[in-house]
Design a protein around this ligand. Structure first.
Ligand code: NDP
Length: 486
């Protein structure tokens, strides 16, 4: 193994001031990939200082100049697409059949989108019959980014692109399980001409995240992770009244009406449960299927689920890799056992796969449970693994109440050929994103984020700009001022 990876501060690598390190491992064989230095409080302070200096330079540039740098970064990302995809598969266990498009292209798309938007970020002027006021949409300053491990490169890019387009600087902390691809993004930004300090990477666990949420020099935290951590981040940010964007977990419903195209419904349910080894925040882990079509749905779903190819994520034919870590593997298996113990009927999967080549590794066989009640633990809690819970319904009103019954509100799906019903149900589902006749599609043009306890704020789309800027109103009086105090 090579030298421990350093921090990325002020436009280049810089050793941490302490001795502490952690190892990141390849989830497929649990072998170490790299050792990474952990940031101390002094390092976080240095990163914030560098970001403040970077901010002064970067925020003074025009939107066109900023956009040019972001567009160049997007082009550089595309030029090393395979290298980044390989890194994501090695560090996170995600299949290489997914990572070039889902991770790398979506990051580049996001930078291109916000590069194009940067020149038009601005305010308005309103005449008041003599006086007038204008508004400026100003950057917030230094933004602290804290990432989850399931889409490390994409999360870093989705957070950086709108923030940087608007003139902010960023200190980013990747998840400890997947620390490596953020370095590639930092290097690419530097090569694209980003001034030193505008994008910094600090490494470490939740304690380093806490240093960011507590730091008085940081104006905003943009966080992706679990609901409980998000609440802690928001509480900590309140002490210095930071802005927050929270992209949190979910337990999203997919509602399949009897007139749905069955193959599309099966595709949506599978994409929304098994893509990325089942580790996607928006996954539709509660699949509500109408009683009239349940049998036909299962006849198509189960054989396809059993044909999913599990194996080495670097094999381009493989469709599902291992879970991200042995600890997460144990957690997902414990949910599966809880499901069985509470009366769910396991229709396929239900534990580690039978293939001896995968024994002793962090694999979970794609699992489908038929659930007798919405109250089972596996129907209420986020599992974050390839575990689909099927629930049966008969009435539209009933299924909407059931779909909305949890504190989460990240995403939802509706499968039906009836366009009026699709719109009616989509309007009533409590979710930040609703897909009609598809699932888990996230074009960068579309605002993305949760409602209820699944999050605050939005990433992507024009809406993201509102969350990385603040409005200043400037009122102008053109006439001499009359004094009421003569
Ligand atoms: P965690 O909440 O465990 O961690 C997220 C990040 O927060 C990590 O970088 C973690 O560090 C850090 N962290 C932990 N504790 C604190 C703290 N007290 N203060 C500041 N930072 C802290 O989430 P996971 O990484 O396990 O990610 C999975 C979760 O992310 C799922 O719930 C999933 O639904 C959600 N998610 C949501 C998305 C969305 O867009 N809505 C997208 C992707 C995932 P470290 O891990 O290094 O200890």
């Amino acid at each position: 193994m090579t030298e421990p990876r350093q921090l990325y501060i002020g436009g280049g690598y810089r050793p941490a001031s302490g001795e502490a390190v952690f190892e990141t491992r390849n989830p497929f064989d649990n072998q170490p990939l790299a050792t990474v230095q952990i940031a101390t409080e002094a390092d976080v302070n240095a990163a914030v200082s560098a970001a403040q200096q970077g901010f002064a330079l970067w925020s003074a540039k025009s939107g066109t100049e900023r956009g040019r740098v972001l567009a160049k970064a997007a082009a550089l990302i595309r030029s090393v697409r395979d290298e980044i995809a390989q890194m994501e598969s090695l560090d996170g266990g995600k299949p290489l059949s997914e990572t070039p498009e889902a991770d790398v292209d979506s990051a580049a798309d996001c930078l291109e989108y916000f590069a194009a938007l940067a020149p038009s970020i601005g305010g308005e002027r309103v005449d008041l019959g003599g006086p007038w006021f204008s508004t400026r949409r100003e950057p917030l300053g230094v933004v602290g980014g804290i990432g989850a491990w399931n889409y490390p490169f994409q999360i870093a890019a989705w957070k950086a692109a709108p923030a940087l387009a608007a003139g902010n600087a960023m200190v980013f902390k990747p998840a400890e399980l997947t620390p490596l691809s953020a370095y590639i993004l930092a290097e690419i930004f530097t090569d694209a001409g980003l001034p030193p300090g505008v994008f910094n990477v600090v490494q470490g666990d939740g304690a380093v995240g806490q240093m960011l949420t507590a730091h008085p020099g940081i104006a905003k935290i943009t966080f992706t992770g679990e609901v409980g951590t998000g609440k802690a981040v928001m509480a900590a940010s309140a002490a210095s009244l930071k802005h927050v964007t929270l992209e949190l977990g979910g337990k999203s419903p997919l509602v399949i009406f009897p007139d749905a195209d069955l193959d599309s419904a099966v595709a949506a349910a599978m994409m929304g449960n098994f893509y990325t080894n089942g580790q996607i925040c928006t996954n539709c882990t509660r699949v509500f299927v109408h009683a009239d079509i349940k049998q036909a749905f299962l006849e198509r779903l189960i054989p396809r689920t059993e044909r999913i190819l599990l194996g080495d994520p670097l094999d381009p034919k493989v469709q599902m890799g291992p879970l991200v870590s042995p600890e997460h593997h144990a957690k997902v298996l414990s949910y599966i056992e809880k499901g069985k113990a509470e009366g769910a009927v396991c229709l396929t999967g239900g534990g580690t796969p039978s293939d001896p080549a995968l024994a002793g590794r962090a694999f979970v066989a794609p699992t489908v449970f038929d659930c007798p009640s919405d109250d089972l633990t596996i129907c209420r809690e986020e599992i974050f693994g390839p575990v689909m819970s099927l629930l049966t319904f008969t009435e539209e009103d009933e299924v909407i109440v059931r779909a909305n019954s949890l504190p989460f509100g990240l995403a939802a799906g509706v499968m039906t050929r009836d366009g009026t019903r699709a719109q009616r149900v989509a309007a009533r589902l409590e979710a930040g994103v609703v897909w009609i006749n598809t699932y888990n599609i996230t074009p960068v043009e579309m605002p993305f984020g949760g409602s209820k306890q699944s999050g605050l704020g939005r990433e992507n789309g024009r809406a993201a700009i509102e969350h990385v800027t603040q409005v200043k109103s400037i009122y102008v009086e053109p006439e001499p001022l009359e004094n009421p105090y003569q």
